[in-house]
Ligand binder design. Structure first.
Ligand code: FAD
Length: 365
């Protein structure tokens, strides 16, 4: 893992600001990282992955997230696609798709639609059997990494439930439309995906049968949630490093900013945020690695706490750096924009709170 962390530092370096301003990650770098299995590091070695535990994968995700949230977002999508294939696919489908995801092809996962954001039960995309084929029709919105993807894992209504289907992005009837100027993660390749009569072999449906929509969505999103949570830990670490360095180095009123107690208070809050987010993510990953029954709740808790803390912590970092941190492309300015999006995706903060409240209500008195 240490060599992977060093390699990420060297390859990303201080380029994230430039990628953010350009609104694009270098495709060669993405394919290279993909071919080294670095974009979905939990995939088993037999499929060309690294077979990392959730804890080690989380450590790696946080490190990439501390350097570039756009690249971390692409990793989250790739990992979520691989996880969905692994969990829902047959052994034959795992053998067919996973080596492609560790071999340089890029993937994205589409749930959201114009009329189905938080309420994914309102999805209208359909996957319809037609002889030995299936036909996919629908419109997916805001799909992270879809602009770069070779394979799209699309969730739609199927038979009397829902299914995830693997759609090559160059299949006839598929059209991706880049989202212009997103608030944050500007290089993550968000795009809308239009699917018009896309005909695919029936074996493209993962598992081959329909599942209750809520079960399918929860299964697929679980990976996205823990990955985003660790990415938020990375945002907090980058903000803490920038804020402490600035507060120690710049003087106002004849002493370092850090010696003004109100500024020191921001640093204490940022440290608390980073530590809190790290601990909830470690707890969730431990649950994943042990297969503990609390895994689902621990993951929602990690996502909610980390995203909320990252949004607050990034705002505090901008406050400490003040004018020095308010220029577009500065790490804390970028973190401020990126972190806000983390409160919206993979289950917004409101949806997470509802799930946590439901869990609290189910606990024995
Ligand atoms: P809405 O559902 O319209 O919600 C609006 C507001 O109302 C939110 O604050 C929400 O929390 C609140 N709200 C809604 N219902 C309730 C309720 N019952 N109780 C309380 N509050 C409620 N989608 C994908 O499929 N794949 C991706 O890769 C992907 N990547 C994304 C990346 C980014 C940067 C963004 C911004 C979005 C991405 N999305 C993706 C879409 C994302 O999943 C949705 O934006 C998200 O689910 C919220 O849906 P919405 O934007 O339609 O908001």
């Amino acid at each position: 893992l240490n060599s992977a962390l060093t390699s990420a530092t060297l390859r990303i370096g201080d380029l994230a600001g430039e990628w953010d301003r350009d609104g694009a990650l270098p495709p060669d770098l993405l394919h290279e990282l993909g071919a080294e299995g670095r974009l979905c590091a939990e995939v088993a070695e037999e499929y060309g992955g690294w077979g990392l535990s959730s804890m080690l994968s989380g450590t790696y995700t946080a490190h990439v997230g501390s350097l570039c949230s756009s690249l971390r977002s692409v990793m989250t999508s790739q990992g979520m696609a691989a996880w969905t294939v692994q969990r829902l696919g047959t052994p034959e489908q795992a053998a067919a798709y996973l080596p492609r995801l560790t071999g340089g092809e890029l993937a994205a996962v589409g749930f959201s639609e114009p009329g189905a954001g938080s309420d994914l039960a309102a999805m209208t995309t359909t996957v319809r059997r037609d002889g030995g084929s299936v036909v996919v029709d629908g419109h997916k919105k805001w799909v992270t990494a879809a602009h770069y993807a070779d394979l799209l894992v699309i969730v739609g209504r199927y038979e009397d439930g829902a299914a995830a289907v693997v759609v090559p992005s160059d299949a006839p009837g598929v059209r991706t439309e880049r989202i212009a100027d997103p608030l944050g993660c500007r290089a993550a390749g968000h795009a809308d995906v239009h699917l018009d009569g896309v005909r695919l072999p029936a074996e493209s449906v993962l598992g081959g049968y329909g599942l209750p929509p809520a079960l399918l969505v929860t299964t697929a999103l679980a990976y996205g949630r823990i990955s985003v949570a660790w990415g938020c830990v990375g945002i907090l670490r980058a903000c803490l490093a920038a804020a402490t360095a600035h507060a120690a180095g710049r003087e106002q009123f004849g002493k370092p900013l850090a010696d003004h107690q109100l500024v020191a208070g921001h640093l204490a809050d940022l440290f608390t945020a980073e530590q809190t987010a790290s601990r909830v993510c470690e707890h969730a990953s431990r649950c994943w690695d042990e297969g503990a029954p609390d895994q689902v709740v621990a993951t929602v808790l990690a996502k909610h706490v980390s995203a909320t803390q990252a949004a607050r912590g990034a705002a505090a970092a901008v406050q400490v750096l003040a004018s020095a941190g308010t220029q577009d492309g500065h790490p804390v300015a970028r973190a401020y924009r990126d972190a806000k999006l983390m409160e919206i995706i993979e289950g917004s903060s409101e949806l997470c709170r509802l799930m946590l409240a439901r869990h609290a209500l189910s606990l024995p008195g």
